[in-house]
Design a protein around this ligand. Structure first.
Ligand SMILES: Nc1ncnc2c1ncn2[C@@H]1O[C@H](COP(=O)(O)OP(=O)(O)OP(=O)(O)O)[C@@H](O)[C@H]1O
Ligand SMILES: [Mg+2]
Length: 307
């Protein structure tokens, strides 16, 4: 059973003049870290709001763990960390978690047991009695994660959890998320930090103007074309002729040649042909495109459509 499944989910605002989400069909398997990417205004928050039952779809359906989102009890299996959340600064971390636990309907005994476990999970053991005002941004975000985890949800929606956090703090959060995933939790992430998303996500979806435009693992998305920087000695005429014949793109970069091949077989074919003609190859350097490069290409409609 899928953790999240949407079918033709559509949300219009202002009697249809604003299309926030259009025919959005997506599924997220349980136990995965799934990231939703898209430029500002693409509809990411709208999707989360519909799934959380805060806003209502114009059309289409969505389920969480097989249950329709209109059944509110399904949201008891969900935790949520909002973007730019604020906790009252005069409270201690323990008090914040207690407060949210109470709102989740937990009793005092359960919370007394749960809160120290949560603080340990987010590396804040020993900080429970410290006021939130003294926390760094990284500590605040980890407190936010503990808050989202208070009722042991199976599915976590996290809106920009590493925004404004330094690299060490981001790594701590990444490790916490990976630990949760390894315990079977499903994590739905909304982030603009693409290098972070590339590291942590099992799967990624890219949306634009309310529509889903790409989905797949990071590997699948960025290996649509493999690129290699070829270093050869002497003239590049032979290499250029092979590329032309094979329909491969080639560009020159400071007397090295960047060629795009569709697979390993094509790379080896090029090497064989060069060697047959006694071209001396001095280097073959794989060039991986980053998720960020791919994202920009997709948004600017330059990326190739996978077969
Ligand atoms: N309550 C609302 N009433 C009218 N229009 C709305 C409302 N909420 C969102 N929109 C519009 O719907 C579109 C999608 O907005 P949404 O907030 O979902 O985008 P987003 O992908 O989360 O953007 P960001 O990256 O900036 O957070 C935007 O054009 C936005 O202006
Ligand atoms: Mg948003």
């Amino acid at each position: 059973m899928k953790a999240i499944e949407t079918k033709g989910l559509t949300k219009h605002y202002q009697r249809g003049s604003i299309i926030a989400l259009q025919d959005f069909t997506l599924s997220v398997a349980p136990g995965r870290i799934f990231s939703l990417l898209g430029p500002n205004g693409a509809g990411k928050t709208t999707l989360i709001k519909l799934l959380l039952g805060i806003a209502f779809p114009t059309r289409g359906t969505a389920t969480l763990f097989g249950e329709d989102i209109s059944n509110h009890h399904v949201h008891s299996r969900v935790g949520y960390l909002a973007e730019n959340h604020r906790f009252p600064e005069f409270l201690t971390a323990n008090q914040v978690l207690y407060y949210y636990g109470k709102m989740n309907g937990m009793d005092k005994a359960a919370l007394n047991e749960r809160i120290p476990q949560l603080l340990e999970l987010v590396n804040l053991s020993g900080w429970g009695d410290t006021k939130i005002r003294k926390f760094s941004k990284g500590m605040l975000q980890r407190t936010g994660l503990a808050q989202a985890m208070i009722s042991e949800p199976d599915l976590l929606f996290l809106d920009e959890p590493t925004d404004g956090i330094d690299p060490v703090g981001r790594r701590q959060i990444r490790e916490i998320l990976e630990g949760l995933r390894d315990r079977g939790k499903t994590i739905f992430l909304n982030s603009h930090l693409l290098s972070e998303v590339e590291r942590v996500s099992d799967e990624v979806a890219i949306m634009k103007k309310g529509r889903l435009v790409r989905t797949g693992s990071v590997e699948e998305l960025i290996s649509v074309k493999q690129q290699y920087l070829l270093q050869i000695e002497g003239s590049a005429e032979i290499l250029k002729a092979i590329c032309l014949e094979q329909g491969m793109s080639i560009s020159e970069q400071e007397s090295q040649y960047l060629v795009s091949v569709s697979d390993d077989a094509q790379l080896n074919y090029v090497i064989d042909r060069l060697r047959q003609q006694e071209v001396l190859i001095t280097g073959i350097i794989p060039r991986k495109i980053s998720l960020e490069d791919f994202f920009i290409d997709v948004i600017e409609e330059k990326a190739e459509v996978p077969a």
